[in-house]
Design a protein around this ligand. Structure first.
Ligand SMILES: [Zn+2]
Length: 320
């Protein structure tokens, strides 16, 4: 009997879930009719299952209530915050409309918004926390710059803001591209999107600085000298991301784009040399630059040839 009880107790969980065969079911039922110990075991099993279901149901109710209250408190917080904003907004409009400029109070306020973007935004956002926080932080920093620029009655905002945007983009773009809700839209082109964002904000910064600085003749020179630098970054990105070759060839291609682009840059600096010197009072010399470009191109050629030879040797081995 003891031996049989052990076997039956092994089968009872299956029996309880209705998962055992008809033959086993018959044996178990015959045994249960004679054995009160196994009968009690089955009863305990059924009772504990009911308890588990009750606990689960209770937790679900508590969770949904907690979510409901969280939503309500977020809504109440937004409304209260909105109400506080009204007098501030009125003061802002009056200040600007009367030509009084902005008082230092608005600088403090904008600085508080920067803090709020990092503390309150992630707390209030139910999802896409990283994206909304980074966007809110960027917007509040730009706003702070604008307020300070208006307060000091300067136009430096148009230089500071694009430069800040470029700097923050360097930092945030990878996080934004690899997280919700942007990730889904980019698919396999995250790297391309990040590089495009870098290039666009860099160009914006250069154009804004160019339009705001004097002498005007210096800007086209500075901008065209920066172009090979951008081309170099794209050349390296394309080599690493899209070139279908082994690591040696990829590194070689990176050196190659660095060499060619720095050569172009040195060429531009040299051709602008006298003109740029007369504008800035600095004498430019590019001899050392050309030497490093040639070294880069030499290393590139060496690495690419070595990479191709190794690639061919491996391919040959595979075929043999
Ligand atoms: Zn038994």
């Amino acid at each position: 009997m003891k031996y049989e009880c052990d076997m039956i107790s092994d089968l009872l969980p299956l029996y309880k879930d209705g998962a055992c065969s008809n033959a086993s079911k018959k044996i178990i039922e015959e045994h249960l009719a004679e054995c009160p110990a196994c009968g009690k075991m089955l009863k305990d099993m059924i009772d504990s299952t009911i308890d588990e279901e009750l606990v689960k149901e209770k937790n679900e109710v508590i969770d949904s209530q907690a979510k409901f209250f969280k939503r309500k408190s977020a809504l109440a917080g937004s409304i209260v915050g909105g109400i506080f904003c009204v007098p501030i907004l009125v003061c802002l409009i009056v200040n600007l409309a009367t030509g009084a400029g902005l008082t230092w109070f608005f600088i403090v306020l904008a600085a508080m918004l920067v803090a709020a973007s990092l503390i309150i935004v992630p707390l209030m956002m139910p999802k896409n926390k990283l994206f909304t926080t980074m966007t809110a932080f960027t917007a509040s920093v730009i706003l702070l710059l604008a307020v300070c620029s208006i307060y000091s009655r300067g136009t430096w905002f148009f230089i500071a803001a694009p430069a800040t945007l470029f700097g923050l983009m360097m930092l945030f773009a990878p996080f934004i591209a690899y997280n919700k809700p942007v990730k889904e839209h980019l698919g396999n082109h995250k790297g391309l999107a990040i590089m495009t964002a870098y290039t666009a904000t860099f160009a914006l910064m250069m154009v804004c600085i160019g339009l705001c600085t004097t002498p005007k003749a210096f800007f086209p020179m500075a901008f065209s000298i920066a172009l090979p630098l951008v081309a170099m970054a794209w050349g390296m990105f394309a080599s690493i991301r899209y070139l279908k070759a082994n690591a040696l060839v990829k590194i070689g291609a990176c050196f190659g784009s660095a060499g060619v682009c720095s050569w172009l840059m040195e060429g531009l600096i040299e051709s602008y040399g006298a003109k740029a010197s007369s504008l800035t009072g600095v004498t430019y010399s590019s001899n050392s630059g050309f030497a490093s470009s040639i070294t880069c191109i030499g290393i590139a050629a060496l690495l690419i040839i070595l990479g191709i030879i190794i690639g061919l040797a491996k391919g040959g081995k595979k075929n043999a």
